[in-house]
Ligand binder design. Structure first.
Ligand SMILES: [Zn+2]
Length: 454
């Protein structure tokens, strides 16, 4: 009886020890059982030139990592390290292989092996082996220009048609020296692209570059050889009278959110001319920045002539400085052409278009906005009434609105604006048949001829 009692006591103690031991093993950090994680910051393409970034995490710490490249040439270790101090978070930069030129296959494998310092698994620790496959693309996109407008004038437009070849093309755009990006549309057939460009009025210089990128990170840049023509724009000083402040400005101040609570007339004027104007222009810029992802077969645009017998009463690009009692209080740029004929005259665009906006837009008053294709938009400001709605298709010569003085306008007139992908351009060019032929139609014909021959 006595012997049996002590025996069972012993086995209870043993059992407790085993339970406590396993509990220790299970909960102790030394016996941590979580495998290291491996993340690779890559989209599945590699040009074998850029370094790869791998991030590794582990609870107990990484003991060693090894990165092996497997190609037809065999195995090549790209990165290997044993850590004296266990690392819980690692960022490894894997340099491209030395054998870059001898790698001929299109797909290669990368094996990443990581061990941690845990004593789990009979002291061997946890390990993770992860395999990554890469599509190898060492070639830059091939880019060539088919045709482009001969010149661009400050504040004006130009056209470019080009060809891009790449198996893994990711992005194409045209970048200006001021960082503005223009998107391109597919032209005619696959691999050909077309884009209207604009030289923003406020930029002193102009340089345009076609940028093509592929998924492997290869980039090609092609300069567009446009002849650069400077143009001086008028700077005018406009005296602000008390009559004007108490009349038009006081009226406008009542309707805008921004001017509520402002009692000082000069403050009201500044707020309207700067903040309200910026908001109204943002709406115009946002809407006209949209470039549909359509295939362009051609672009048949006729000379714009929105107001019959319209006399130019203010030009595009005027830099206006406003003076009150001899002091300059504000400034603005006039980003359209003001045309006037008789009051409430019919506005008839001469081109087929889609209505993208037809509503009140602050300083611009009642303002229809049309899309003509190729990123080209037109706006018609200060209308007394409009006859179109969003999504309407406008036929050439259709009466879309009547001139007026809604918004920030003194007399009855039309503020006619032309925009290319969100940038205001000189309407004068688009109202000139010869300019359109030389800079748009002929460029398209030249490109088509080249494509048809190839
Ligand atoms: Zn105007």
């Amino acid at each position: 009886m006595g012997k049996n009692k002590s025996k069972s006591k012993l086995s209870i103690i043993l059992l407790i020890l085993i339970i406590a031991g396993s509990f220790f093993v299970y909960t102790s950090e030394i016996f941590e059982r979580n495998k290291p994680t491996i993340e690779l910051n890559n989209n599945g393409y590699w040009n074998l030139k850029k370094a790869l970034n791998i991030s590794i995490t582990d609870e107990s710490g990484v003991k060693l990592h090894k990165v092996t490249l497997v190609s037809a040439n065999g195995k090549e270790i790209l990165s290997y390290e044993q850590y004296i101090k266990p690392q819980q978070l690692l960022n490894i930069e894997v340099k491209p292989p030395r054998s870059i030129f001898s790698i001929k296959e299109k797909v290669i494998r990368l094996i990443v092996e990581v061990h941690d310092v845990s004593s789990w698994n009979f002291m061997k620790g946890n390990k993770t082996i992860k395999e990554f496959k890469f599509i190898i693309d060492k070639k830059r996109p091939q880019s060539s220009i088919l045709s482009n407008s001969y010149k661009i004038t400050r504040g004006g437009s130009a056209l470019v048609i080009f060809k891009i070849q790449d198996e893994n093309l990711e992005d194409i755009y045209i970048e200006l020296n001021n960082k503005k990006k223009f998107k391109a549309q597919t032209f005619y057939g696959e691999g050909y692209y077309i884009a209207l460009l604009a030289w923003p009025l406020k930029n002193k210089t102009f340089k345009a570059t076609i940028v093509a990128k592929d998924y492997a990170g290869n980039i090609s840049k092609t300069h567009i050889p446009l002849y650069i023509k400077q143009k001086k724009y008028k700077v005018s000083k406009i005296k602000i009278s008390d009559n004007f402040l108490k009349g038009k400005i006081a009226d406008l101040a009542e309707e805008f959110e921004e001017t509520q609570g402002l009692t000082d007339s000069v403050e009201q004027f500044k707020m309207i001319n700067e903040n309200v104007r910026a908001k109204n222009e943002k709406l115009i810029h946002d809407l006209s920045s949209i470039l549909p992802d359509t295939i362009v077969k051609g672009f048949n645009i006729k000379k714009m002539y929105p107001l019959k017998n319209g006399k130019v009463v203010a030009s595009f690009g005027d830099h206006r400085k406003y003076l009150y009692k001899g002091r300059e209080i504000s400034e603005s740029y006039h980003l359209g052409l003001d045309l006037a004929s008789n009051a409430m005259a019919s506005i008839k665009p001469q081109n087929f278009a889609k209505v993208v906006y037809s509503d009140y837009n602050g300083l611009y008053g009642n303002m229809p906005m049309l899309y003509h294709g190729l990123g080209l938009y037109t706006i018609y400001g200060h209308c007394s009434s409009t006859n179109v709605n969003v999504d309407d298709m406008v036929e050439a010569k259709m009466d879309i609105a009547k001139t007026g003085k809604s918004g920030y306008a003194m007399g009855d007139h039309l503020h006619f604006g032309v925009l290319v992908q969100g940038i205001e351009v000189r309407p004068e060019e688009w109202m000139d048949r010869e300019w359109i032929k030389l800079n748009i139609s002929d460029i398209i014909e030249d490109a088509k001829e080249i494509i048809n021959k190839s």
